[in-house]
Design a protein around this ligand. Structure first.
Ligand code: NAD
Length: 511
């Protein structure tokens, strides 16, 4: 642990959970937030929580920094993000290990998360030269009309525990190249990885004589988090988290007429028809359902299997589930690590009780594991789509298997969910896959063929419909959310002409 912290130049025992223009605010009067390793419940570090005064300094710095940053040419802003990307490349191994230590995902996934940040930096650097607006032909003679994009101001980022660093990068790098400054409130369950990332940014900002472009405050106080949500200086709030909290935040931001980007919960499904290649489908299902111990927003939670291959699928999956090795996520022979904390284990046990009460048939798993750390068994259940528990997002490795006869029925069952994040079909039947991708197909933000529900690439816009919140982050034209659109009309004629041919003339307008 010490080696990792040293490599990241992070001295956790005296790092304040707040960074602004005057450096780390080591407010030892502040409350302490403890970061623990969910695999063995050992304390990793203690950090001081931000106070209200710290928060005020952070917001002031970010607001002031915006004044100059917005006028720096976008490609020059991209250069700063490029340098952060390079620093992340140099620290990939140690930061990936820290992600694994703090949230318990496998080392491969921890490293993958940092790679996602690096990919995002590369993408943002290119995007900085492509903040394109379009031009239109005016209906009036000698008029020029076009659209341009302007920065918003301070972009607030509230992130969930399960992607403790990648979600910040998705938002922060695009927000920054668009000319905004960024204030981050990470999950209080993952303060250490956030501090490590802020340290990396700090070094790049210092090398470039910059302050306040990227700042951080950590709190476990709802009141301070909500002050941030309600703060009119936050021009765009990007929130990643549960639908329950997202709804509450959405209402608060709407009340102040602020902009919001919501990335909320999912209840993702894979459909497997009887033409599917099971060599592709089975590993994708098992990884989708058990990767990050079922704590991804894109985790596969429901599996619809055609009746003709149902028995075979159940036998194959039951066998596969019994092979999943649980344990220390830093040890690469383990396929699944722990849940984040004791409360997550409680939620898992509550879900298992609800499954039994509803008449679900547990085929594998179903228990918390009696050992240090927050481990539960990967769980496979035969169920019905209409069970209330199946319709909920339980943030744990529970997969519900449901039988169907016709593809139309499977699509309808998949869409019968309050969430609309990720969906997938395994099929070699062209009509089935085209139907799935048509307007009467999947209603989710992500629709995959012969790929599972989890593990999105950054090049596409990421996000989901319905109670997943409707936001889009990362690639494609998601950058537009971080800017304001301005329609410009320039008259270079010697007279004024009104649109729609409206005539308006003053008889005498000279004094
Ligand atoms: P959560 O909703 O409990 O917390 C998310 C963030 O909100 C944390 O930083 C938390 O401290 C903060 N928060 C909590 N209450 C708040 C309040 N009243 N005001 C302001 N901030 C508040 O979620 P979690 O347990 O950290 O993460 C799991 C959830 O996030 C799941 O539902 C998962 O699907 C979702 N998620 C979605 C995506 C996506 O891109 N769609 C990605 C990752 C996670």
């Amino acid at each position: 642990m010490k080696k990792i912290l040293d490599a990241l130049q992070l001295h956790a025992d005296n790092a304040g959970a707040c960074f602004g223009a005057s450096g780390w605010l080591n407010n030892s009067a502040g409350k302490k937030i403890i970061s623990t390793n969910p695999a063995n419940e050992e304390i990793l570090a203690t950090v001081y929580a931000a106070t209200e005064q710290d928060y005020e300094k952070i917001m002031q710095t970010a607001t002031e920094a915006f004044i100059e940053w917005r006028m720096r040419p976008a490609p020059a802003r991209g250069e700063i993000v490029r340098q952060i990307g390079e620093a992340l490349r140099q620290n990939k191994q140690t930061l990936g290990q820290l992600v694994t230590l703090e949230i318990g995902k496998s080392l491969q996934e921890g490293l993958g998360e940092v790679q996602e940040m690096i990919d995002m930096a590369d993408f943002a650097v290119g995007q900085a030269r492509m903040l394109y607006g379009c031009s239109m032909h005016s209906e009036r003679p000698r008029h020029r009309m076009y659209e341009q994009w302007q920065p918003l101001g301070v972009v607030g980022v509230i992130s969930a525990f399960n992607f403790p660093v990648a979600v910040w990068a998705w938002n922060a790098f695009i927000a920054a190249i668009c000319g905004n400054t960024v204030v981050w409130k990470p999950s209080h369950k993952t303060p250490l990885t956030a501090l490590a990332v802020q340290h990396i940014c700090n070094r790049v900002m210092a090398d470039n004589n910059l302050k306040g472009i990227f700042s951080l405050f950590i709190t476990d106080e709802t009141a301070l988090a909500e002050k941030f949500v309600e703060d009119t200086r936050v021009a765009l709030l990007s929130f990643t988290g549960s639908t329950t909290i997202g709804r509450r935040i959405n209402e608060k931001v709407a009340r102040r007429m602020g902009k919001i980007l919501l990335e909320l919960g999912g209840n993702n499904a894979i459909i497997v028809d009887d033409t599917a290649d099971l060599n592709l489908a089975v590993p994708a299902i098992v990884f989708g359902a058990t990767g990050t111990a079922g704590q991804r927003c894109t985790t596969t939670r429901r599996l619809f299997v055609q009746d003709t291959i149902y028995a075979k699928m159940i036998a194959t999956l039951t066998h596969a589930y019994h092979q999943i090795t649980l344990g220390d996520p830093l040890d690469e022979k383990n396929l699944m690590g722990p849940l984040i904390d004791a409360d997550a284990v409680k939620q898992y046990e509550k879900a298992i009780a609800a499954i039994r009460a509803a008449g679900g048939n547990i085929l594998a798993g179903g228990k918390a594991v009696q050992r240090p750390g927050h481990f539960v068994e990967p769980t496979l259940v035969e169920a019905e789509n209409h069970f209330a528990i199946v319709q909920q997002e339980t943030f744990a490795p529970i997969l519900y298997v449901i039988k169907f006869k016709k593809i139309e029925e499977a699509i309808q069952l998949q869409n019968a969910s309050l969430h609309g994040l990720s969906s997938a079909l395994f099929s070699n039947h062209i009509r089935h896959s085209e139907l799935f991708l048509s307007a009467i197909g999947s209603d989710c933000g992500i629709a995959n063929i012969n790929i599972g529900t989890s593990g999105a690439e950054i090049g596409g816009a990421f996000g989901g419909e319905k109670q997943t919140g409707g936001g889009r982050e990362a690639g494609s034209d998601a950058w537009k959310t971080y800017m304001r659109r301005q329609t410009v009309t320039v008259n270079w004629d010697s007279q004024i002409a009104l649109a729609q041919g409206i005539q308006f003339s003053l008889a005498h307008h000279e004094p």
